[in-house]
Design a protein around this ligand. Sequence first.
Ligand code: MN
Length: 517
Amino acid sequence: MLKDGDAMRTIDNIKNEQLNLAEKIYIFDTTLRDGEQTPGVALTVEDKIQIAQKLNNLGVDKIEVGFPASSQGEMESARKIRAMDLDSTIVGLSRSLKGDIDKLIDSNLDYVHLFIGTSPLHRDYKLKMSMDEIVSRAADSVEYAKDHGLTVEFSAEDATRTERDYLFRVFDEVVGAGADFLDVPDTVGILTPVLTRDLVSDIKDNFQVPISVHFHNDFGLATANTLTAIECGANQAHVTVNGLGERTGNCSLEELVMTLKSAYGFDLGLDTTRLYSLSTLVGRLTGVKMPVNKPIVGDNAFAHESGIHVHGILNNASTYEPMSPEMVGHSRRIVLGKHTGANALKSKLKEYHIDLDADQFDRVFSEIKSLGDSGKCVTDDDLIAIAVTELASARETPIVLKGLGLSSGGGVSPTATVRLEIDGVEKETASTGVGPIDASLNAIRDLLKGEIDMELEEYNLEAITGGTDALAEVFVISSDSMGNRSRGRSTDQDIVMASIKAVLDSINKLLLIQRSN
Ligand code: MN
C-alpha cells in the first residue's frame, strides 16, 4: 500500500550530485508584509495577530510582520505579535536608514530585514544615488543594526537586474559589516530555473553566510525558481500564503512546502495538515479568493468528475492524486456532470443513503448526463432532488394534506387544525403556536410522532408577484435524525398553505429516502 506522498516520489532516481540541498531550509513567511502589499489588501492589527498565530502553529521559522517605520498600526502589530512570544522568529522590514531601524527597535523586534535597491534602474530612477553611495549606505546600516544587537538579513533589491560584479561588491561589504543572511530578491520576477541556477550557485560559491531567496511570480515561475535555488544550496525561502504579494505575488508557501515534502521527501518539520485552513483564513481576511485550480488549496485540488478518474480514485486515490487531501487538511470531492461515470453516481447515492433499483438508477444517470451535456454542473442538492423524484414516481406519496383550519384573534393563541392522510390512514389534531404557520407545523409534528423526527433547518418565503394577492413561494430544508436532508418547495396564494405544502414536500422526500434502504 502506498503511503502519503509516495505516489509522486521520483527524486530517488536523481543522482545526489545534481542536488546540493542545505541541511536546514528556513521558511521565511512574508504574508503579513509582502502579502499585505497585494493591491487592495489591508490587514488590521487583529487580522495580523490571527494569521501570525496560525503561521506559528504550522511551524514556519520566521514571520515578517510588517514595515514598522511605515505607520503606527504597523508598529503596534509588530509589538503585539512580538509579545505573543511565539516559537517563530519575528521579523520587520526596514529601509537602509537609521530612522527606520530605530522604529523597528522601538517595536521590540530583534531581527531586521534591511534592504536597498542595487540595480541600475533603482540607482538612477528611484534612489538617485551612485554605486559608491549605495555600498556605504548599505554597510553603515548593517553596522548600525548589528551595534544595536539585531540579527540582520540584507536584501539587495532588484538583485536579479543588478550587474553581477556590483551585486557581489555590495554583498562583500555588508557581510564585512556583519550581515547574518544575504537575501536575493527577484523583485520583478524575471528569473527562470536555469538563470536561478546560474545566479544562486555563483553566490553560494563566493559567500559563506546563509543565502535567502525572495522570488516574485510575474511569469508564474516563483515556486519553480525557489525550488531551483534550494536545489543549488539556498538556505532560506521567502514565501506567502496563497502566493499573495505585490502584483502577481510571491512564491506560494503551500506549493513550495508540499513539493519539498512530496517530491523530495524533505521534512521541514511543518504540520502540513494545517495548510488548507491557513489558506482559507488568509483568503477570508484579505478578501483575495483563490481560483478553483490553485494548486494544493484550490477547490478543485482534490475534485474529480470524469468517469475514468472517479473509477480509479474510488479503488485507490493515488491513481489520480499525487498526494492525499488529508496531508494538507483539504478534502476530496466527487463532482457530477457530463463526464460522470456510473461509479461516481453510485458512491454519491450511497453517501446520501439513497437506494435505487437498476431501472431507477439508469434513469437518474441519464438525466444527470443530459444536464451535464446542456452545460449545467449538477450539485449534490440537484442529485437528491432527481433521485427522490425517481423514488416518488415509483411509490405512493406517504403523506397527503386533507384539511386545514385556522383560528386566531380575540385574545387566544393562534390555533391550527390539520388533517393528514398518512400511508392511507387519516388523522387529525389541533395545536397552538406563535402564529398560524408555527401552529400548523406543531400540529404536523404531533401527527407524525413515531413516523419521523423532523427538524426544519431553513425557511425562505418569497413573493413572486406584487400586490396582496401575490403568489407566495416557500423553500424549506429539513433533516431527520439519521442526518438525511431534503428540500421542499411550494407555491400558493396563501402564505400558510404554501408553507405547509413545502414542509410536507420535504418530509415526503425524507420518508422516501428512509424507506429506500
Ligand atoms: Mn517582494
